[in-house]
Design a protein around this ligand. Structure first.
Ligand SMILES: *Cc1c(COP(=O)(O)O)cnc(C)c1O
Length: 343
């Protein structure tokens, strides 16, 4: 039985074309800023997002945490939504590495509003922490791949500027938002002081993320990256995969979104699952389990046994993620297995 792995878009493996790019990569010592392939990846990325400079880093977590570190000082506060990656999936790194407080806001499906941000800003410097940074995640992972409305982003940006705060975009899946909406990367990025995006998710590269900002910000980011243990040497070997991903795997994300819709509709024909189609906006499908006696754990085990593994996502939700290693034929087969094995 072929395993159709829908646990995450991080599981993708380099394609033949990508491996060829890796094999042919010209390299140098990137701590000396002498790796031509890393430099090219950074230049291409900066151009796509219309930022002055970019830095290739080991992971999305590293990109976010470098940004948090530079935009804040110990004791400051970061305003973000309760279910974001920085808050929940970075092992408490913001406290560990930068000594900041996180101020979680209850967003709706991961989306927080400018009004909520405005209310969260502190105005009592005698005793309160200083509100230094607002961070949003687009698309939002826990929200189910939901897209931030560009209008709300602009409003949040304005509130932050009005309060002398910095603005970070965790754009791990920003290209999913770009592909789904047609809004250009720079239309998003101009509302932020820093932006991070992942090469190792739906774009299919084996390793790495990119952090973007001004020249000064990136100079400092290079220093902090080294402090965090992320100074790499001939990293052009892996950066070559990133260039290949940006050149070949962005537009095809739309196929993942279509496959996600096919899966969502199939899940809705069963009595076991319910997918709120309005929230299936990109490559993630969150299925609620209708019968409370079936926990997400039990359902996930059964999905695993029919060769369609997906992760439990809270007590009564399962998350399916579409990606470039799942073809249209694969998703048809996955739908068939699900509809024949679940009521
Ligand atoms: C995956 C992800 C990251 C970064 O994860 P790494 O595993 O550290 O590369 C950051 N933010 C979001 C929203 C993510 O989904």
């Amino acid at each position: 039985m072929k395993i159709i792995d829908l646990r995450s878009d991080t599981i993708t493996r380099p394609s033949a074309g990508m491996r060829k790019a890796i094999a042919g990569a010209e390299v140098g010592d990137d701590v000396f800023e002498e790796d031509p392939t890393v430099n090219r990846l950074q230049d291409i990325s900066a151009e796509i997002f219309d930022k002055e400079a970019a830095l290739y880093v080991a992971s999305g977590t590293m990109a976010n945490e470098i940004a948090v570190n530079i935009h804040t000082k110990p004791g400051d506060e970061v305003i973000l939504d309760r279910y974001c990656h920085i808050m929940n999936y970075e092992n408490g790194a913001a406290g560990f590495l930068s000594g900041v407080n996180l101020y979680p806001i209850d967003g709706i499906n991961g989306i927080i509003t400018a009004g909520q941000v405005e209310k969260a800003v502190r105005h009592y410097p005698l005793a309160s922490p200083e509100s230094a940074l607002v961070s949003i995640e687009n698309t939002h992972n826990y929200g189910g791949g939901t897209i931030y409305p560009i209008k709300e982003i602009r409003k949040i940006s304005k509130i932050a500027l009005d309060n002398s705060m910095k603005r970070h975009l965790d754009g791990a899946r920003i290209f999913n938002a770009v592909t789904a909406t047609g809004i250009k990367p720079d239309e998003y990025s101009r509302n932020f002081d820093s932006v991070s995006f992942c090469l190792s998710k739906g774009l299919g590269a084996p390793v790495g993320s990119v952090l973007l900002g001004t020249k000064d910000f990136i100079r400092e980011a290079r220093r902090i990256r080294r402090i965090f243990g992320g100074g790499m040497r001939q990293s052009g070997i892996i950066a070559a995969a990133g260039i290949y991903a940006l050149e070949n795997n962005v537009e095809r994300l739309i196929e993942d979104h279509e496959n996600a819709r096919t899966l969502a509709e199939a899940l809705n024909t069963s009595k076991t699952f319910h997918v709120e189609l309005r929230l299936q906006q990109t490559n993630i499908v969150i299925a609620e389990i209708k019968n409370p006696e079936n926990s997400a754990e039990i359902i996930s085990e059964k999905l695993h046994s029919i060769g369609v593994p997906a992760f439990p996502f809270g007590d009564n939700r399962v998350r399916f993620v579409l990606h470039l290693d799942v073809s249209k034929a694969d998703i048809k087969e996955a739908c068939k297995r699900i509809t024949t094995n679940f009521d």
